[in-house]
Write a protein that binds this ligand. Structure first.
Ligand SMILES: Cc1cc2nc3c(=O)[nH]c(=O)nc-3n(C[C@H](O)[C@H](O)[C@H](O)COP(=O)(O)OP(=O)(O)OC[C@H]3O[C@@H](n4cnc5c(N)ncnc54)[C@H](O)[C@@H]3O)c2cc1C
Length: 416
């Protein structure tokens, strides 16, 4: 079958790899000059199978109000008269009940657990390297209140069968030795030892080469304008260069996915939530992290990627803009230098990306009412983590095979 994958971010490339492996004739189209040059470029590098929770949770509306007024705020809200933004926020609020949270979380965990196995398979069959480490995520608490509040996370991890360890400051130092220099700043931590880390950009680029070896074609520097649909069936894709023909099309355009499908009355509630990162060269490895440390106070992830530290976080709801504000940079610098001053911040690369967020936190994976048109998008905060699992799912769905895990509640029809 001829399949076109729209988007060469981590979601598009992993999908292309699985589709090519399944024997399809695959073409990937992207406006950039290579893979992973938008949101998949410099994310926080966490492959966090254990820490898979929707942002929409009970108590979040109140917490969000507090975050808005904090120094080094983890949440920034710039409301606009934008119906997409307002309706997305209203849907997000509706998902903050205990009942919705439990459903959404179980869906996310299902995909993440499948992604864990799928990523290991991809690693074994391709041998690609991407500054990967398998040393877990340490959620770091600076206050007694944070440690006490983690009791409900511990309960949830136990109920979901996710391995974890509650650590005192000495335990944290055992896992992350550089923390011994800031012993007085920490009261404890929660370790999810099965989590991994890795550079999403390196992974996506290496996997694109493997997909090409399997026959996938990559068409870069090409703007996707519209879908070509006749009689309710997709026939191809109209780009600024040519019209490409296909039997099936997979939309993996991240935050830009809703615009393309809107004309077919497919209401895809994906909205951009901007985040920021700094990539810092390490000058003193003894004061750098070993794996990922989540600084609970600022909701910032600090990750070791080879000879660099990647620090990323913040959620800014301000529409489709990648502007870089110096205030945000100051927040990232503050969090990383306070705990791991082993990098040269003056030489850091500052970046922002738009997380393609759904209001329920779960990606949209599956068929649409247009025959042959599939969606693999809306991976939000954990697109790198979930990519390999959702790629296998979409490949099975496109090929008409029964997926290895239940995907019936992941399609866009769940919003109907
Ligand atoms: C600060 C930050 C930290 C994060 N940290 C983590 C983390 O630690 N772990 C984790 O799992 N996830 C993390 N994420 C989330 C993760 O990065 C995203 O979920 C993931 O990159 C989304 O991948 P994607 O392929 O869907 O989107 P993208 O990477 O944005 O890919 C979409 C592609 O579509 C192309 N495109 C869009 N419109 C068009 C068009 N009209 N024509 C042609 N091409 C088009 C773009 O060029 C782009 O290449 C983080 C995100 C941010 C912003």
């Amino acid at each position: 079958m001829k399949v076109i994958v729209l988007g060469a971010g981590v979601v598009g490339v992993t999908s292309a790899y699985q589709l090519a492996k399944a024997g399809h004739e695959v073409t990937v189209v992207d406006r950039q000059e290579g893979p992973a040059l938008e949101t998949s470029f410099a994310n926080a590098g966490e492959v966090s199978f254990g820490y898979c929770s929707p942002w929409a949770a009970p108590g979040i509306p109140l917490k969000a109000m507090k975050w808005l007024f904090m120094d080094h705020a983890p949440l920034i809200l710039r409301p606009k008269m934008d119906t997409a933004m307002l309706s997305w926020m209203a849907q997000m609020l509706r998902n903050c009940t205990s009942e919705r949270y439990a459903i959404n979380k179980s869906r996310m965990l299902r995909i993440a657990d499948y992604a864990r196995v799928s990523l290991a398979e991809v690693r074994a069959e391709t041998g690609i390297a991407y500054d990967e480490r398998m040393q877990g995520t340490l959620q770091l608490f600076r206050t007694r209140q944070q440690l006490d509040a983690s009791a409900k996370d511990v309960k949830a991890l136990a109920a979901d069968g996710v391995p974890y360890e509650v650590l005192d400051p000495e335990g944290c130092i055992r896992v992350e030795p550089a923390l011994r220099h800031v012993r007085e700043k920490i009261v404890g931590g929660l370790l999810t030892p099965k989590d991994e880390t890795g550079d999403c950009f390196k992974f996506t680029n290496a996997l694109a080469l493997k997909a090409a070896e399997l026959g996938a074609k990559f068409v870069y520097g090409t703007n996707i304008k519209a879908l070509d649909v006749e009689g309710g069936t997709v026939r191809g894709v109209v780009t600024d260069r040519e019209t490409l023909r296909a039997d099936a099309v997979v939309v993996a355009l991240g935050s830009y996915s809703p615009m393309l499908v809107k004309q077919f009355d497919i209401r895809l509630p994906v909205y951009p939530v901007k985040g920021y990162s700094l990539t810092i060269p390490i000058v003193d490895a003894a004061r750098a992290p070993e794996s990922t440390v989540m600084d609970e106070t600022y909701k910032i992830a600090i990750t070791r990627l080879g000879d660099r530290i990647r620090v990323g976080g913040m959620a800014e709801i301000s529409g489709y803009t990648n502007d870089l504000g110096q205030k945000r940079r100051a927040t990232l610098e503050h969090s990383v230098t306070d705990l791991f001053p082993g990098g040269d911040v003056s030489k850091a690369d500052f970046w922002s990306g738009l997380r393609p967020m759904t209001p329920d936190g779960t990606p949209v994976i599956g068929a649409t009412k247009v025959k042959g048109l599939f969606l693999n998008t809306g991976h939000g905060t954990l697109g790198w983590t979930m990519s390999c699992g959702s790629a296998k799912l979409i490949s099975d769905l496109v090929g008409g095979r029964k997926p290895e895990i239940d995907a019936t509640d992941l399609a866009v029809s769940r919003y109907a």
